[in-house]
Design a protein around this ligand. Structure first.
Ligand code: ADP
Ligand code: ZN
Length: 753
């Protein structure tokens, strides 16, 4: 027998090794092994077992690491798909699939000394007073860690050893599991009686799970489960507060009943103790005790190791985590939930540039698991897939708790501007509303979207934004040699000296951050207790929790923040939400700019009125009649989708096509530009036979110079991405670029900057 091994080196190749007889029983697909490579010993992962190799003089595997292979054969197959589809090296894909802490050779279970009493016949023999006390403490606990005993009894290990010498206790080394949530007290929760919409959703999901359970064997063979029968993917479109989580919880319960495990993905930022608790209290407390494993980036290496192994050993059957939890070795897998599926943090912004939602769909198909995508503002991609019959759409249009949707008022900031000289931060309307809340002792959230602020050129007076005549996206303002450029097609033009619409000469904005808003706010409301929450204000790890804690307990009147506060937080006393410059994100040079704005406004609005008092939302905008703003005001997702899809269809942007973004990067701009042109010529030769291909660029990236690098981009659009990926992979292998120039390939990019 031989083993094919992917080494942890950037080689884009696999190597064959002999399996020595003494290791034969331990080497399987997914095993971590140490092998000789040249004069070195390197680590790798077994991806295939075979009878023979086409190579001669194979070297043997030196050793197997760990008792159990860490990747399941199924996850390995998924890694292979990632490498192919996202155009990256197999070893890069493999790295994502296995967390660092699990890969390390030395990381392991934490072993500790445990002390326990041994049975005695008859009376306890006469002991010195100290030892007798000690014995009673141990007996009371039956068994406890040495460390804890020493603290409790205020004694030394040698005293304890004396009891051991007398044969009264035993001291043994045992594995002690780290539990990142050990200090949280979790109260059990019972399933809620579902309302009509929830029941329909649950029943549809349950039916699919039952169908899959029956057809598992048939479908796992060809890896195309769900394609022929009813779709195994659901899009649960439910407004904020419609009770999606309860549907997930009951579907998870059904999954456990089927004897299967599940993965729940949530955006990192929503993976708060509150969220985790909702899952733990249903499954990990009271009489039912299914371990819920939690995976996120704040775990220590040791905690991560333990959580991972609990899953691999099948003890933890439910996994809740951020992006990379999609690779958790749950087996058999019955259900994957992707909450807030529209979130762009599901996309990894470094190689492998995978999108966890899309990986979830593929994994679901491979393993015959049902996939539930949930969102109040589904991505265009997912909603579109419902109409193409790929996903099943389930709607939950009402709030489960009978709370009304908040009233959304759009404030036309151009009118506020006319009254004064400077660009206003607070309209009189929002100012008045905040005052009222302070008087009534209710809380306010103010939201400032900083993304893409200074990259577009907007007239503060009339709202005009400079756009590309070819691509229907905003032009990017490049400060260094002042010009406007389209980063999709490369079109450039001069910066106008006055607004082309209203002749206002003061067309440029200066930057505006949360700091400035906070200063203004403090001046306007000197007695209010204000807290700012953005990445600058969060220096320490626990700042996030502390600030939210203070807000929750009413120690803060106004919470001011960026994206961070838009997500899943639930504060009953918040009756006002203000969005300072709602259209800031609208003019990013990105075809998803409007979609993001719509999502953001809807999500932020969802923060208001989660308690007994009806909520109110003020949206301040310079372009108040933009559809993204107007549809969000009316809570009309479908209306928004219908007009947005029209625009995407016209210009063949996703979801009607798929995008590959190629970025050429280097320190010398001329060289970067030249290389990008060279790449374009090569692409013209190779991918031209894909009939539907649209090739745009090269053009300077919106962030032309990022960290002293110049960046040029080419955007490719096609309906057949897996074909294009193959060709791109081939091309990148043979392409000759200067040494100091790098090329990155991003399939289905979400960040176009
Ligand atoms: P979503 O995840 O869709 O935003 P949540 O799951 O947070 O919504 O639910 C919003 C609120 O409604 C929660 O307080 C939840 O406990 C409550 N809720 C959900 N389902 C029901 C139900 N069937 N009956 C009563 N209350 C419910
Ligand atoms: Zn253009």
């Amino acid at each position: 027998m031989i083993a094919r091994v992917t080494l942890e080196m950037a080689l884009r190749k696999e190597f064959d090794y002999l399996i020595p007889a003494e290791l034969a029983s331990r080497v399987e697909v997914g095993s971590r092994v140490q092998v000789p490579f040249g004069a070195r010993k390197v680590l790798g992962c077994v991806t295939t077992l075979a009878e023979s190799s086409t190579y001669e003089n194979l070297k043997p595997i030196l050793k197997v690491i760990g008792a159990q292979s860490l990747v399941t054969a199924k996850v390995l197959k998924l890694a292979r798909w990632i490498a192919e589809y996202y155009c990256c090296a197999p070893e890069t894909a493999l790295k994502s699939v296995l967390p660092e802490a699990v890969r390390e050779e030395e990381a392991g279970w934490r072993e500790r000394l445990f002390v326990r009493v041994l049975p005695i016949s008859g009376e306890l023999p006469k002991l010195p007073k100290r030892q007798k006390e000690l014995w009673h403490i141990i007996e009371e606990h039956r068994q406890l860690p040495m460390k804890q005993l020493l603290e409790l009894a205020q004694t030394t290990a040698s005293t304890v050893r004396r009891l051991e010498d007398r044969g009264l206790i035993s001291i043994t080394t045992q594995i002690s599991e780290r539990d990142p949530y050990a200090h949280e007290q979790i109260l059990p929760s019972q399933p809620l009686p579902l309302n009509e919409a929830q029941r329909m959703a649950y029943l549809a999901i349950k039916a699919a799970m039952d169908a899959h359970a029956g057809g598992d064997k048939r479908s796992s063979g060809n890896g195309k489960a769900g394609k022929t029968s009813t779709p195994g993917v659901f899009l649960l479109h439910g407004v904020t507060g419609s009770g999606k989580t309860e549907v997930y919880l009951q579907a998870l319960a059904h999954c456990l009943e089927q004897g299967k495990g599940a993965i729940v993905l949530v955006p990192e930022i929503s993976l708060t103790p509150q969220t985790v608790e909702r899952f733990k209290s249903r499954f990990s407390s009271g009489t039912v005790k299914t371990l819920v494993a939690v995976l996120h980036s704040h775990l220590s290496a040791g905690e991560r190791h333990d959580e991972w192994h609990k899953i691999r050993q099948g003890r933890a059957r439910i996994v809740i985590g951020a992006r990379s939890a999609i690779f958790a070795p749950v087996e058999p897998l019955g259900l994957i939930v992707v909450d807030e599926e529209h979130e762009h943090t599901y996309k990894q912004e470094e190689a492998p540039r995978y999108h966890a939602r899309d990986v979830a769909i593929v994994r679901g198909q491979m393993e015959g698991a049902v996939v539930v995508l949930g969102s109040a503002t589904p991505s265009m991609e997912s909603y579109y897939n419902c109409f193409r019959g790929k996903y099943q759409l389930v709607e939950m249009p009402e709030r489960a708790d009978d709370k009304k949707m908040p009233l959304v008022r759009v404030v036309d900031m151009r009118q506020t501007l006319r009254r004064g000289k400077i660009i206003p931060i607070f309209s009189p309307q929002l100012h008045e509303a905040i005052s009222q809340r302070l008087e009534r002792k209710e809380q306010t959230i103010l939201f400032l979207n900083r993304r893409g602020y200074s990259t577009s050129l907007q007239c503060p007076k009339c709202g005009y934004v400079a756009g590309c005549p070819n691509c229907s996206i905003s032009l990017t303002y490049h400060r260094q040699d002042p010009r406007l450029a389209c980063h999709v097609c490369g079109h450039t033009e001069k910066v106008p000296s006055a607004c082309p619409e209203c002749r206002n000469p003061d067309i440029r904005y200066s930057g505006l951050g949360t700091q400035k808003v906070e200063d203004t706010l403090t001046k306007l409301f000197p007695h209010a207790r204000i807290k700012r929450m953005d990445s600058d204000a969060l220096k320490r790890k626990d700042d996030f929790r502390r600030i939210l804690g203070d807000f929750r307990t009413g120690k803060t009147d106004i919470l001011l923040g960026t994206q961070m506060i838009a997500k899943g937080l639930h504060f009953p006393n918040v009756t006002l939400v203000g969005i300072i410059f709602a259209d800031m994100a609208l003019h990013q040079p990105d075809f998803r700019a409007a979609e993001r704005t719509f999502q953001l406004l809807t999500q932020v609005s969802g923060r208001a009125g989660r308690g007994d008092v009806e909520g109110e939302v003020f949206v301040q905008a310079f372009t108040p009649y933009h559809p993204a703003i107007q549809f969000a005001r009316r809570h009309d997702f479908k209306g928004y989708y219908d007009q947005e899809i029209e625009f995407r269809e016209q210009l063949r942007y996703p979801p009607v096509s798929r995008v590959a973004l190629l970025t050429v990067r280097g320190r010398n701009e001329e060289k970067v530009k030249f290389s990008a042109d060279h790449l374009k010529k090569e692409l013209d030769k190779t991918v031209a036979d894909l009939k539907d291909i649209i090739l745009a660029g090269p053009a300077p990236a919106p962030l032309l110079r990022a960290e002293t690098y110049y960046r040029y981009q080419l955007m490719l659009r096609t309906g057949r991405m897996s074909l294009l990926s193959k060709q791109l992979a081939g091309l990148t292998q043979i392409l000759h670029l200067p040494e100091d120039i790098t090329l990155s390939v991003d399939i289905d990019p979400v960040d176009l900057s």
